[in-house]
Design a protein around this ligand. Sequence first.
Ligand code: APR
Length: 186
Amino acid sequence: MRARIGAGSLELRRGDITREGVDAIVTAANSALAGGGGVDGAVHRAAGPELLAECRKIGGCPTGDAVATPPGRLPVRAVVHAVGPVYGACGGREDELLARAHRRALEVAGEAGCRSIAFPAISCGVYGFPVERAARIALETIRDHLLGGSPPHEVRYVLFGARELEVFRGALRELVERDPRVVLGG
Ligand code: APR
């Protein structure tokens, strides 16, 4: 499923983010940038130990922020390590922090010269964010970025599971209905 937003595009697809042919891959990191399971484990496995070495040079990243590193062995320009909130552990600021993690990931990818980017469902795994709510926040934040006209202009949201993809599709259909600037197809 694909939508045109301003001069950019947003695509939802099911898959393994480590296999996406884009300039920047986002991983759902922890604030120590220490690697982990889930999508972060998959990205670190595919990138090799060079990626953890790059993370150690940076040292950490606060919740709601993102940093870009060289990609190790992955055939992309940059890996963006975005730290989403643990649901229920951020004093009611979870929505704002999830939006900020997406916004910062887009900003640091743009600063690294990336024109295309692929996101996983940040915070929707072990961090426990309800997928319906996360989908609305993620898609609205990406819409706002694309309307602003800065790179990256091509955004993919890559869902690992069929249910997550369905939820994101539903959220995109709702966004299309209430916002004429978001147009299906293209
Ligand atoms: N490609 C795309 N998505 C994936 C992949 C993959 N290869 N593997 C897992 N996912 C999906 C999960 O299905 C989930 O929807 O990524 C989403 C995010 O789940 P987590 O990886 O658990 O991320 P998060 O909830 O943000 O928790 C982050 O987990 O592994 C640790 O280091 C990480 O401590 C951090 C925490």
